[in-house]
Design a binder for this molecule. Sequence first.
Ligand code: PLP
Length: 361
Amino acid sequence: MKMNFIDLQAQYKKYKDEIDTQIHQVLDTSSYILGPKVAELEKNLAEFTGVKHAIACSSGTDALLLALMALDVKPGDEVITSPFTFIATAEMIAFVGAVPVFVDIEDKTYNIDPAKIEEKITSKTKAIMPVSIFGQTPDMDAINAIGKKHNIPVIEDGAQSFGALYKGKRSCGMSEIGCTSFFPAKPLGCYGDGGAIFTNCDELNAKMRILLNHGQTERYVHSHVGINGRLDAVQAGVLNVKLKYYNEEIEVRQAVAKRYAEGLKNVVVPFVEKDNVSVWAQYCIRVNDRDAMIKKCSDAGVPTAVYYPIPLHLQKVFAYLGHKEGDFPVTETVSKDIMALPMSAFLKEDEQKFVIETVNS
Ligand SMILES: *Cc1c(COP(=O)(O)O)cnc(C)c1O
């Protein structure tokens, strides 16, 4: 059997006519950056999430950076986050000169453990940046309550969870700022790099729009040191098409996840809190002998991946923080036995059956 980890070609084929039309409209009008397609995307994103302001930008990484810049996070400040995430989360905290302060994760959801956040708050804490790992948001009510109590804004890194629900509310819309990514392999992906920032605050919205365009308030008038964080119109066109079908895809992802949970034996399958809907950015299982399981899958033609083999506190880039093995035991245990199976709305039933049989054998 030959299958893809994520079948992006099958998705493109399904929406090809509409996507091609969108791309050709950009080529025919030469409006390549920002412009009407990006404005339309922002309107659609705001409607989808129920957030007042949706700001399209160049990537999930830049979304995080712009959020930190908008909150004036500076050298010497501290930002609380999870050590079990993609590098970009802590990388952008460090990039603005702040210190990533890690808090261990929950054993069941792999999201930051809200019960361990407060003990890490100091007078230097400028933000709390929880990550919605693998497509499920953390306990945002608990985290927002801590933020409110200490007057610290919360930035949700929703790069993996766009479309997910927490108590009926959409990911990216529950705290001061929400950030997401439209990297091609994310649940909602474009055909290059892309991202978005969400906020209900008018001031933050205005500031982030200025920051993502070189701190420009009017043409060649600059009030802030900003970045080039703009989205291009081709990506916006692709996303406008895919967003129309995204709720259907989220439904199909639930069915795929359900078949896995029912079919897989002798492995730990993902846990979703009862008030949550995950968008299944990854379908991660935990196994006793990961190397052997990966080899068995690979020999059978089942692609797998490991998110994430090295926790951020043990990465060389963060050696200066002085962490050691044992500092975040849950993260370290999960990093050693977790692995991801093929997951997308386009995974065929016979392919999935084969994955399940391979893992169970
Ligand atoms: C993918 C990802 C990012 C970065 O998004 P890009 O669009 O690739 O820059 C940030 N945080 C998390 C948790 C991610 O998974």
